[in-house]
Design a protein around this ligand. Sequence first.
Ligand SMILES: Nc1ncnc2c1ncn2[C@@H]1O[C@H](COP(=O)(O)OP(=O)(O)OP(=O)(O)O)[C@@H](O)[C@H]1O
Length: 271
Amino acid sequence: MNMLTEAGVEKKLTEMADENAIKMRGRNVTVHYGEKQALFDVNLDVPEKQVMALIGPSGCGKSTFLRCLNRMNDTIPICKVGGDITLDAEDIYDPRIDVVELRARVGMVFQKPNPFPKSIYENIAYGPRIHGLTKAKSDLDGIVESSLQKAALWNEVKDRLHEPGTGLSGGQQQRLCIARAIAVSPEVILMDEPCSALDPIATAKVEELIDELRQNYTIVIVTHSMQQAARVSQRTAMFHLGYLVEEGPTDKMFTNPDDKRTQDYITGRFG
Ligand SMILES: Nc1ncnc2c1ncn2[C@@H]1O[C@H](COP(=O)(O)OP(=O)(O)OP(=O)(O)O)[C@@H](O)[C@H]1O
């Protein structure tokens, strides 16, 4: 029989806990835009260092939920968020939370690549500089290089770092935006349909990158593409009309979902 020592048991338990670690937790999350309620009592856990896909028909509240996770909804005056959302068990809506710092810990990549109208180098250097992550120019050079490496863009841009970011192809611009998010050492990266403006080759590159990034980061991605959700995520959450319908391992969600609405959506019967 395979007997584990006490230290072995301890190690095994720690590994199991890590596998199931919850990075962000949403409890009874509601969102109103003025009178209109967009989310109803959403309870959803985001597992650490995995990719979670948010799927569901247009208008079901996927992007609204995503934006709750780094308080991007604060920028919409009519938007009111209720319920609890935690990051490492810390309430991110606590008035003492510094929202700028929160958004460095929980970075975001948008649908349309949106590099600053500055050089490739400056696009990456801006965040670490304003967050005071580095003082020496050589440190900043190092962050720029490692962020571009992690975003699988370094080889394509290393000889043109001082050219405008807006001069890159759409797919390269999106990887530049991912590098920019990585540069401030986030823990979570939120992606709102990051490939919808990209061609299939650029999409494949970004998907490959997402798969690599999950070794170090927790990722939540909104996508309209069932294939993409199946390719990149380990867990999938299905929304419908502002409700979380169900959540589970991606394999199960795409082969044997519990709810008929998920079945109908993934087989293209609505949405
Ligand atoms: N800024 C806003 N002001 C008012 N209503 C909004 C705003 N943003 C979203 N909504 C409404 O909230 C609901 C959920 O929208 P949301 O964008 O979160 O859905 P979604 O599932 O991401 O949709 P899509 O897949 O089309 O992007 C919709 O009814 C939408 O009209």
